[in-house]
Design a protein around this ligand. Structure first.
Ligand SMILES: [Ca+2]
Ligand SMILES: [Ca+2]
Length: 357
């Protein structure tokens, strides 16, 4: 099966209609086709052109690339189309459909017009030669699997407006060396960066509260990772098999850590009686309990009137949330380590401050 012409009697091409038709090279749709499912050509790795009769009211094609009639959506770029290596998506396009470039192994560069507002599920999956691609500023979420197994991609810029990164978004991008996750991102999906084996470091934004299951698993070059203060849970296998991960800091905000989340060879830095401490004990791996000096509330290495002022403010904070101490600062303020902050702690701190003058 190399060339297919769809007869006039066929009006609809269903899900996975040509799934793994690895011999299929060219296909021509008649004017009667009114529906083509998004993944109709999934894994058609020899497909070179999709042509549409010019009388078709729903679809059109340009150089073998399938669009909707108004060319506002690119539906399928044939996986084996090889006449060009750098493709510029026409600027009428606002939507890049599901699987649109799936398996396009000949493309090294794709230019997306700025007016694109939606890049759908698995749009660039398995573009194994892709080195250059831009994400337009109107995009606010990186959908599931968009860049999965883009094995030539070394870097990519994610626009500042993006607030979520979907499951499997960069899974298997084994040449991706660095990536900056924008500060506004609040969710990072399951296995989103798994098997990114060239990634040496990652910074998780402060708005993220959950590190999902296997999010960074098999990132075998990952040396360091900073877990921000707001993280509440670290999912199962989150850093599974990150064999180069030397150490990890688990902040006190973390209340649950899934099984096999952290490699046994990684040193855990954590505080006493926290979830990080419990996990390290249970998995019998090396850990270091962070010590904090009572009274040094701002943790600048000296105990002075600034620390005293911070403690005072905490006690009278009321609605002034910026005065309320949290985390390490709160622990340091509890001079007698009895779990509450009160006048006793204040007097104890005062005495130390006076002694230090
Ligand atoms: Ca201090
Ligand atoms: Ca106390």
């Amino acid at each position: 099966m190399k060339n297919i012409e769809i007869s006039n009697t066929v009006i609809s091409i269903g899900n996975e209609a040509f799934y793994e038709c690895t011999e299929l090279k060219n296909i021509t749709f008649s004017s009667n086709i009114t529906f083509v499912a998004y993944n109709a050509f999934f894994a058609c790795d020899q497909l070179e052109s999709i042509n549409v009769d010019s009388g078709n009211a729903k679809y059109t094609s340009e150089n073998g690339v399938l669009f909707n009639k108004g060319k506002t959506e690119i539906i399928k770029y044939p996986s084996a189309k090889s006449d060009i290596a750098e493709y510029i998506i026409p600027d009428t396009v606002v939507t890049i459909g599901r699987y649109a470039f799936e398996g396009c192994s000949n493309l090294t560069s794709i230019k997306i017009p700025e007016n694109v507002t939606s890049i759908e599920y698995r749009a660039f999956e398995r573009c194994s030669s892709l080195k250059n691609i831009n994400v337009p500023n109107n995009i606010t979420s990186i959908e599931d699997g968009i860049f999965r197994e883009c094995t030539s991609l070394q870097s990519i810029e994610i626009p500042e407006q993006v607030t979520s990164i979907g499951a499997y978004a960069f899974e298997g991008c084994n040449n991706l060396k660095s990536i900056k996750i924008p500060e506004g991102v609040t969710s990072i999906g399951i296995q989103s960066f798994s098997s990114c084996s060239s990634l040496t470091g990652i910074e998780i934004p402060e708005g993220v509260t959950t590190i999902e299951d296997f999010a960074f698993a098999w990132c075998s070059s990952l040396i360091s990772v900073k877990i921000p203060e707001n993280i509440d849970s670290i999912g199962e296998g989150a850093f599974y098999d990150c064999i180069s991960l030397e150490s990890i800091d688990i902040p006190q905000s973390v209340t649950s850590i899934g099984t096999n989340a952290i490699p046994e060879t990684t040193i855990i830095y954590t505080n006493k009686n926290t979830e990080g401490h419990r996990y390290a004990e249970e998995s019998q791996q090396g850990y270091i309990l962070l010590i904090y000096e009572q009274g040094d509330i701002n943790q600048n290495g000296k105990i002075d009137v600034t620390d005293l002022l911070m403690l005072k403010r905490h006690m009278v904070a009321g609605n002034r949330t910026e005065w309320i101490l949290t985390g390490q600062a709160l622990l340091s303020a509890d001079m007698n380590e009895n779990g509450t902050i009160d006048i006793t702690d204040m007097l104890m701190l005062k005495r130390v401050v006076v002694e230090n003058i």
